[in-house]
Write a protein that binds this ligand. Structure first.
Ligand code: MN
Length: 491
């Protein structure tokens, strides 16, 4: 691989892009890393190039691509960060410095894990592009993992499954998440990997054939009976690791997995999505309870699509995913789809990420700044971040993003501490419900307040799901206890 491979990718997307600074950065990095070898015996610069190639393929902006080629320079060579700033400017130096900071993790075990996560979130809050470089770096490291000693293999692969993939998922980067997981899977669960591979391969050919047949039928239907133009239609095989997780949830029975090969239809507009769904249901009977409208109600990470599962021609079940091209790009590349410099002949103009898409990172960071014990930090993150998320609504229609199984009390504390303390009842979708009810995606939640209520009830601690609610309730009772002692002594 050479720098020309990277330049070709950039020029494919942006014929007029000026790559002269990138070429300089390449020479600079090659000189700096001269003589260094990787564990697999190749020159070190091949790793920098591979990282940069990933960034170019993600269609990221030029400073990120250049920072990619320089990302290991201050850490592993004589050249300093100041030197990089002098040569390539402040923005690129900042990005490289972000990567260097992420690399320096001193601890072991649980503390290392917590520290690692915390640093990722700090980096994301400062400049999300640092995390994209880290992802690209990790992708290449995973590809040469077999050359490392087993202990290191384990650590890197596990860290990828536990930290990098969930973050990629939260950023809506579905394709990258799948890649990271599939590269790590064989190292973390070798036997399970072999098992999944075997069961999947056996079924795959047959399902693929069947899905193709179904897709030809819907293609013909749309051509003959509608004006819908199909942009792309494909049978998409599920990633191994996500298949594995689904198998665990379905009694390890592959016949219960309907999207082993999903039929994906990409059309022009939102209207066409719903019309296509109608045509599918005209041809085949939908399986009850499996129609999902993620267009009207996107997943918290931004994913949009219509899903339906139907009984196909001979009663065999198949899943359809219908979306527009824009939704498709967001599903594959997530937040990166906003950062790239495409859709513009002027390569300097990039579309900034809407700030509300990153708000949760700052909130998470703010909320967890106070937690110093690594154990509690991880517990809080497990509660809030690594759970699947649901969307619920305030009566005014504002969206609140909560972990799965969150209750009205969690909702109340999310809105405001006092709403939590004074919360006395709840209406979910206009029906009076109990405060411990697990909320579901799309619920409209109206908290009923008792102004005379003094504070929360200690029993809430047995069902709240978010760190925030738990923390606020405990804080309240700790304060009460202190006050009582004070009152006792001042009597
Ligand atoms: Mn690296």
């Amino acid at each position: 691989m050479t720098i020309n491979n990277v330049i070709d990718v950039i020029h494919k997307n942006h014929p007029e892009a000026d790559t002269s600074l990138l070429e300089l950065a390449y020479e600079y990095a090659e000189n700096a890393h001269a003589g260094q070898k990787r564990m697999n015996g190749t020159d070190y610069i091949t790793h920098s190039l591979a990282t940069t190639l990933h960034l170019a393929q993600m269609n990221l902006d030029m400073p990120t691509i250049i920072a990619g080629i320089l990302h290991d320079v201050p850490e592993d060579t004589e050249r300093t960060l100041e030197d990089i700033e002098k040569n390539f400017g402040e923005e690129i130096a900042m990005l490289v410095s972000g990567i260097t900071k992420l690399g320096k993790i001193k601890y072991r075990g649980l503390t290392r894990y917590a520290e690692n996560l915390r640093k990722m979130f700090v980096a994301m809050a400062e400049d999300i592009r640092v995390v994209f470089i880290k992802f690209a770096d990790r992708l290449d490291n995973l590809k040469s993992l077999s050359f490392l000693p087993p202990v290191k293999q384990q650590r890197i692969a596990r860290e990828t499954l536990e930290i990098y993939a969930p973050i990629a998922n939260r950023l809506g980067m579905g394709e990258l998440k799948g890649e990271l997981e599939d590269l790590s899977f064989p190292f973390v669960y070798p036997e399970e990997y072999i098992w999944v591979k075997e069961v999947a391969e056996k079924k795959y050919e047959e399902r693929k054939k069947y899905t193709n047949q179904i897709m030809r039928r819907i293609e013909r239907e749309l051509k003959e009976n509608s004006t819908i133009k199909i942009n792309k239609i494909e049978g998409r095989a599920k990633h191994y690791y996500s298949l594995y997780q689904k198998l665990l949830a379905k009694d390890r029975d592959i016949d219960k997995i309907y999207d082993l090969v999903a039929a994906r239809i990409i059309v022009r507009g939102v209207d066409d999505c719903y019309h296509t769904l109608g045509h599918i249901h005209k041809l085949w009977t939908p399986v009850p309870g499996r129609i999902k409208d993620y267009i009207a109600q996107p997943k918290p990470n931004g994913y949009q699509s219509l899903h339906t599962t139907v009984y196909g021609d001979d009663g065999r079940i198949v899943e359809f995913q219908i979306r527009t091209l824009k939704m498709h790009e967001e599903a594959e590349y997530g937040i990166v789809a906003h950062w790239s410099f495409k859709e513009s002949s002027n390569t300097k103009a990039r579309i900034p990420i809407p700030p509300e898409k990153l708000k949760w990172i700052k909130e998470l960071l703010e909320e967890q700044k106070k937690i110093t014990s690594p154990k509690r930090y991880l517990k809080a993150l497990k509660l809030d971040f690594f759970k699947n998320r649901i969307f619920v609504f305030t009566p005014k229609g504002d969206v609140v993003d909560l972990p799965e199984n969150a209750t009205p009390v969690d909702f109340a504390y999310y809105i405001h501490t006092n709403l939590g303390h004074k919360c006395a009842g709840v209406k979910i979708n206009d029906t009076i419900s109990t405060l411990s009810t697990a909320l579901k995606n799309g619920d409209v939640v109206e908290i009923m307040v008792d102004k005379n209520k003094l504070g929360p009830s200690e029993g809430w601690l047995s069902f709240v799901q978010t760190y925030q609610a738990r923390h606020r309730i405990k804080e309240y009772f700790n304060k009460q206890r202190k006050l009582n002692i004070f009152r006792f002594f001042s009597r």
